[in-house]
Ligand binder design. Structure first.
Ligand code: DGY
Length: 323
């Protein structure tokens, strides 16, 4: 009898997804959320045929060098900047991500951040909870920025960007986008979106949502020079990756009134945050949870598990390499 294959799951996961995996393979699942040191990561990966890991687990050459057993790594995310794909390819390891199943949920969240930052919801809630609402309220206090009827800019027009754009029709917004390539005309029509160059996007957007993948090329795609092009009343939303924005430059622009507000779900060097972002009132912050609805996180975990099973020869689905 051949030994059962082994799968390591680097963080707590839905019991039903672990049970699905356990029908075919032996599962070692971490019971608590923790950061794994490079040594621990390497050790865990050395003894298994497959692993389901998260964005906080960076897997590069050092983690898999000499590993003759590991066949597949499934990233519990659509983004995969934590994976060194050339190193995995050299080691003969397949990589999978979780595209599509989170598009609408992340689009909802980008809108929530845009609306919340524009209308100062974080600061208002803090003020209320601190017991500051004692008497009346000045008529000209708590003034935010309108969203309806304004120009929405989207930087990165993949599947999530398109889902964000489609929602804009209900708010009577004008949608501009910038992307590596132009969308097919029917998709542009459906999104009611117009391609412009990056400088024009920055200049014209009342609200700018970042949804581009992180890479060496997109590192600090929004820095001091780009922020200087934006309207002082503009609202910037980042649901992509922290390194896409220069957080120090962003904090300075927000502090000095050169940018209206920001809604941020991702940060350079997260979970650490730039100290000024924590202090500023015109920024709405959340801990990288744009895909965190119960249905979507369950769908992501199920897709990752199915991909692992398929890659190990137990399922109908093909292991899907990152697109
Ligand atoms: C991902 O899956 O890459 C996103 O960052 C989730 O919010």
């Amino acid at each position: 009898m051949t030994a059962r294959q082994k799968v390591w799951v680097s963080r707590p996961l839905f019991p039903e997804v672990l049970a699905r995996l356990s029908e075919y393979v032996d599962v070692q699942a971490e019971a608590v959320e923790r950061r794994h040191s490079p040594e621990a990561l390497r050790e865990h990966l050395a003894g298994v045929d497959a692993a389901l890991i998260g964005l906080a687990d960076p897997v590069g050459a050092a983690a898999v060098e000499g590993n003759r057993r590991l066949r597949v790594i499934a990233n519990l995310a659509v983004g995969y900047n934590n994976l060194d794909l050339p190193a995995l390819t050299r080691a003969g390891i397949l990589a999978c991500n979780t595209p599509d199943v989170l598009n609408e949920t992340v689009a909802d969240y980008a809108w929530a951040l845009m609306l919340g930052a524009a209308r100062r919801m974080g600061a208002a809630e803090r003020w209320l909870r601190a017991g500051q609402w004692r008497g009346g309220m000045r008529f000209d206090d708590w003034l935010g920025f309108d969203v309806h009827g304004k120009t929405l800019g989207i930087l990165g027009m993949g599947r999530i960007g398109q889902a964000i754009a489609r929602r804009a029709a209900g708010f009577d917004m004008h949608v501009l986008y910038h992307n590596r390539s132009r969308l097919p005309e029917p998709v542009e029509r459906e999104c009611r979106a117009t391609l412009v160059d990056k400088a024009e996007l920055l200049r014209r957007a009342d609200h700018l949502i970042l949804v581009l993948p992180y890479s060496r090329e997109s590192h600090h795609a929004i820095g001091a020079a780009e922020l200087a092009l934006m309207k002082p009343t503009a609202v910037l939303v980042n649901v992509a990756r922290g390194g896409i924005v220069d957080d120090a430059a962003l904090a300075a622009a927000l502090r000095e009134g050169r940018l209206g507000a920001a809604g941020l779900d991702v940060f350079e060097g997260e979970p650490a945050l730039h100290a000024d972002l924590l202090r500023l009132e015109n920024v709405l912050l959340s801990p990288h949870i744009a895909s965190a609805s119960a249905d979507t996180r369950r769908a992501m975990a199920t897709l990752a598990a199915d991909n692992v099973l398929a890659a190990l020869g137990h399922g109908p689905r093909a292991g899907r390499p990152p697109a």
